[in-house]
Design a protein around this ligand. Structure first.
Ligand code: ARG
Length: 506
């Protein structure tokens, strides 16, 4: 039989606890999808299996990851005030909600799987769409992976170095080990990866529940002292500072657009897509608000700002002999998120190289395991470099800066298409003011930190995006290929035991 891409199908999923979705949605005509209704020669039609509940679960499961366990300290440090940092937490939730609603229009208007890639293609044409897949496969996804693995490492080493700062080299080493482990899981089997995902999603909900209940208990005992210092006066906020504080907060909310990768699989999308967003994102916002309050019920502002791993500090204060529970739950949660992120990253890479946008080898899958091993290895290598040369905070800034350029771009795409395609069917139509607001805010988020405090990272990110054009013209548009590339591809194919997905045996 033919070797077909067996991505996420049947009852597996990515990055969340929802049932059976091709979470990244990178289905291509000709793919066989188990459980799909498609007749053999039909272009693929995915079964619509994501209802309201799974939609909400998918949003919540993707958004909650490492951020809520690492960002609160950084945000407090950057704003210098409980009041302002709380406002920023809530504003990040609101911004994600508005952004997601605009994405709901885009996603129901163009249901094809590439999400941003497809919207840019429709609104602006090839080059911007290429730049998006270029940046998301080479920068965005690996940096997500690096940030989450560094957070994992922070929590994994913290219990062993109590009361003093863990050596940087140790944290990085543990982060590297976690990348290798996650890579192994994902190369070994799709099923293993999705099982890890489901089990580990539960762990993060447990962690959040422990924190919220513990905090509530403390507050009932009357421990409201630290909450009563919302002294805006002590704030260190400048315009650029606020923008980078937003980067920190928005990291915790990132993933709000993930339903757009599965729009094809949502039942009654014009109703369920916006509804899942309207329920899911405020739910996450509420969790984050409660967690922040809980932290402050247990520690002071300066303790929180100084804490290396705020949930560990929380556990040590509150859980007594059960304190080990907290770092354990957070390591499991972050490991699960990193796993889900690599899972999706592998598929993105796979889809981009199929479009001829990346090296062919990256779209090949393992002969027996059917995992997109080359893409996964490639991503992990970039993530390794980022772990070695970056810190959580610098990577979050780098990530958020780059991501918001493209989120803003998607808003612009929506607005442009209201003019260029006024009659295209829009099953869900967002009030036009919303994309304008998000566009303006994202422009501010991207520009303010550069003006306020220019840093090399921003320049690198900008240069990298533009460098994409240098690749696009010769290799994609004019179709040149490097002379020795064929030999390298064949060599890698033999070493990694991978084949193109259209290969037919017999
Ligand atoms: N919000 C998540 C966290 O706090 C990060 C999600 C990364 N984004 C994604 N699309 N997987 O760790």
């Amino acid at each position: 039989g033919g070797l077909v891409w067996r991505g996420c199908s049947g009852d597996c999923d990515a990055e969340d606890g929802s049932a059976g979705t091709l979470a990244d949605g990178n289905a291509n005509p000709g793919d066989k999808l188990e459980g799909s209704d498609a007749a053999p020669d039909d272009p693929v039609h995915l079964k619509r299996r994501v209802g309201l509940f799974s939609g909400v679960a998918l949003i919540v499961g993707t958004m909650i990851g490492s951020g809520i366990f690492v960002s609160p300290s950084g945000l407090l440090e950057r704003t210098g005030s409980v009041g302002i940092s709380f406002i920023i937490w809530m504003a990040c939730g609101l911004l994600s909600l508005l952004g997601a609603l605009a994405y709901a229009e885009l996603g129901t208007m163009n249901t094809s799987s590439g999400a941003e890639y497809a919207y840019f293609m429709d609104a602006f044409g090839g080059p911007p769409a290429f730049l998006f897949s270029w940046v998301s496969t080479l920068v965005l996804k690996p940096s997500q992976m690096a940030i989450i693995c560094l957070s994992f490492a922070k929590y994994a080493v913290e219990p062993f170095v109590s009361e003093c700062e863990p050596p940087d080299a140790l944290v990085k080493l543990v982060a590297l080990i976690s990348i290798v482990m996650i890579l192994a899981v994902n190369c070994y089997s799709v099923n293993l990866a999705t099982n890890v995902q489901n089990i580990f999603t539960a762990a993060k909900l447990v962690a959040i529940a422990i924190i919220v209940c513990g905090g509530a208990y403390k507050l009932i005992l009357g421990n409201t002292r630290h909450l009563q210092e919302p002294n805006f006066a002590s704030s260190t906020a400048t315009l650029g500072n606020i923008a980078t504080a937003f980067y920190t907060g928005l990291w915790a909310y990132d993933g709000w657009n993930n339903l757009n990768y599965v729009t094809e699989e949502i039942k009654n999308p014009s109703k369920n897509l916006p509804l899942s967003i309207i329920i899911g994102i405020p739910l996450v916002t509420l969790c984050y608000a409660l967690v922040n309050v809980s932290y402050l019920a247990v520690m002071s502002v300066s303790e929180m700002a100084d804490s290396e791993a705020v949930a560990v500090t929380f556990g040590n204060r509150l859980l007594g002999p059960m304190a080990w529970l907290m770092p354990l739950a957070v390591t499991i949660s972050t490991f699960g998120s990193a796993n889900g992120t690599l899972f999706v990253a592998g598929r993105l890479c796979f889809a981009a190289s199929r479009e001829g946008h990346l090296l062919d080898i990256l779209s090949y899958v393992h002969v027996r395991r059917f995992t997109p091993a080359p893409g996964l290895i490639f991503h992990s290598l970039i993530a390794v470099a980022m772990v070695l040369y970056g810190t959580i905070d610098s990577l979050i800034d780098f990530f958020s800066f780059t991501a918001w350029i493209f989120y803003g771009g998607a808003m612009l795409a929506l607005i442009v298409m209201r003019y260029t395609k006024p009659h295209a069917p829009r099953p869900y139509k967002v009030p036009i003011i919303i994309p304008y607001i998000v566009l303006i805010v994202s422009a501010y988020l991207v520009v303010a930190p550069i003006i306020d405090n220019p840093q090399w990272e921003y320049l690198y990110a900008g240069a990298f995006i533009l460098a994409g054009l240098l690749v696009y013209l010769p290799f994609v548009k004019w179709g040149y290929s490097l002379p020795f590339m064929d030999k390298i591809t064949v060599f890698l194919q033999m070493v990694l035991e991978v084949v193109p997905t259209s290969t037919t045996f017999e």
